[in-house]
Structure formats: structure tokens, C-alpha cells
Design a protein around this ligand. Sequence first.
Ligand code: ATP
Ligand code: MG
Length: 351
Amino acid sequence: MLDWMKSTQGYSALMMTIWPAVLIGVLPVGCLFYMNSSLSAPDFITIAILSLGIMGPLVAAIFLTDDFSKIATITGEITAVLSEPDLDRPSQRKNLKGLDISLRDVTFAYKDTQVLNGITLDIKQGTTTALVGPSGSGKSTIAKLIASYWDVGGGHITIGGVDAKGLPPEQVMDLIGYVSQDNFLFNLSVRENIRMGRPDATDTEVEAVAKAANCHEFIMGLEHGYDTIVGGAGGHLSGGERQRVAIARAMMKNAPIVILDEATSYTDPENEAVLQDAIGRLTHGKTLIVIAHRLSTITGAEQIAVVDHGKILDAGTHGALLERCPLYQQMWAAHTQARDNDQMEGGAAYV
Ligand SMILES: Nc1ncnc2c1ncn2[C@@H]1O[C@H](COP(=O)(O)OP(=O)(O)OP(=O)(O)O)[C@@H](O)[C@H]1O
Ligand SMILES: [Mg+2]
């Protein structure tokens, strides 16, 4: 944008200077016509006066074309959202038998790109399942399919024994608290962002949850405390702070299934410790599906599933995978090496 502005501003300045100076053209040409008697003096004066008034509206009309293209862009974006096909789901809530989640031969493609190639995984109620694997292997996509962001391409996902395609989206949303990788905050106060997890929560409840999520202290340090506006997409907060507010929002919701898609970038040791502490409280006694980039945080999980190229290579406990899964061994070696290097350098970003 800046480059384009710089390259065109000379011409536009020139035009905006010369163009409104209509008298430069009107006066000499008018004089010429007057002298050879094709224009009378009163007409000449009228034209000179009128010409002064014509440029304002013309310039305004040209700026209006700018507004039209802005409107076209915005309506285009809104139309794109509205024209997405609805999930074809019933509205009648179903009775579930427990909250076990199971994926059977699940395939999925974003438009033409096949992303998941037959995922089969069982997630028992009340346990922790970690998804690990290289970037782009499909971990977040699995999480989004469980949360019914899209329907599966092939295969089935069942929750409590019922096919997710037979559950109304509202029921799935009530069951699942989802802290996504690109946790999004709305341009409202911190308080309203947390309350979004449960709109009828009182201020005292919001603050209690913020304390549990280790947010209270930094929020009190903000200019207007809980009433500080977080900026577009939470831009006035740091990445780690945004993540903690997103966790507080999920805690507020208190859903029995929690999906946590960890972002990698906010991993200074101090933030890491408070984050883990907050996550521990959020997920106590719940079914937790965590997408972990720092393997040391999930070694205690009941089940770790190694995802690669849209397939599950292996699933088991940390110990079992270290013995038999080459990719997990590699990832673990890379992780511990990075951690050791860091400790030698006095504890930097990677824990
Ligand atoms: N909305 C989308 N539209 C098109 N392609 C997508 C979309 N989201 C993800 N993809 C593609 O699907 C593949 C899997 O993405 P996914 O986000 O599930 O990976 P991931 O395992 O979560 O990676 P990371 O560890 O980097 O978060 C990638 O190749 C990605 O480019
Ligand atoms: Mg991801």
C-alpha cells in the first residue's frame, strides 16, 4: 500500500493542483473568443464564475468511487461468509451415552487439498489425549472436525455414541470448549471477552475465573482494569495475555470437553508456567484434547497420537511411543535438545 501510495502521490498532487485551477484554461480561451466576437462579455463573466463552482462536485464524485470500491470489498467478504453452505444438521437435541469421542476412517479436504487420510482414534471421557506431529500434518483440522466446524468428508465422528452429523451444532458447542491456535478476542473490554464464555455470568464470576486463569494480575495492571478495550483482534494485549484470556473464556463456559490448540510463539518460561497452571485448572476432571508443540507438557497424557500427513502413525503413552515410534523419538530428541541448549544459554524462549 505504502509503495503504491509513494509511486502515485506525485501525479495525484500535480493533478489536484492543476485541475481545480480552471481559470488557467477558461480565461485565455474566453478572452480569445471575446476578442473575435464569438462570446459576449456577460456570457464570458457568467462562464468564468460558474467554472469556479464545477470542480468541487467533480472532485467529490471521484472520491466517491473510492468509497464504492471499499463498499464492494466489504460486501464481498460478508457475502462470502453468508454464502457458505450451512451444516446440514437436525435441530432436535439427542441423548448421549457418556461423552466418549470416536473417529473412524475420517477423511477431509479443504476444497481440493486432501488433508486427512483416514483418521481412527478413540478418546475416552475424562482422559487427556495429545495430538503431536509436524506442522501442517492436520492436527488443528482434526480438532475443528471434532468441534463440528465442518462435516467430515468420509468416515464418522461420534460423540457419546451418536454420529456428529446427527447432533445440532448448538449441542456440540455446549459440550466443547475450544481454545484455538489463533485465539481471537473481540474489540470489547476484557470483561466482555471473558463473559462471552457464559453471557449471564456476573462481574464477580468473571473476576473469579480470571483469577483461576492467572489473568487477574495483568488485567489489574492495564489502564482501565477489566474495562480496558482489547483492540481489534485483541491487538492491545501480548500473545501470551491473549491466550490466557481465551483460556479464561473457555473456563467460564465450563464445558465437559476441552480442546486446546496451543500456539507455539508465547513460550517464555515464566508465561509457560502460569499458562500450564491455568490449563491444569481449566481441564480438571474433563476430557482434554490438547495439540501440543512442547512435548514435555504432555508426557503424562493417557494417550498421545502422532499425526503425520493426515494419518495417525501411532498412539500410546509417552513411554510406549518412545520405544516404538521413530517419528516420536525424533521429535522428542529435537525437543530435549532445544530445551537443553536453552538451559545452557540461561533459559531463553523454548521450554
Ligand atoms: N482453511 C484452510 N483452507 C485451506 N487449507 C487449509 C486450511 N486450514 C489448513 N489448511 C491446510 O491443511 C493442512 C493441515 O493444516 P492444519 O492446520 O490442520 O495443520 P497443523 O497440524 O495444525 O499444523 P500446525 O502445527 O502448524 O498448527 C495444511 O497443509 C494447511 O495448509
Ligand atoms: Mg495447528
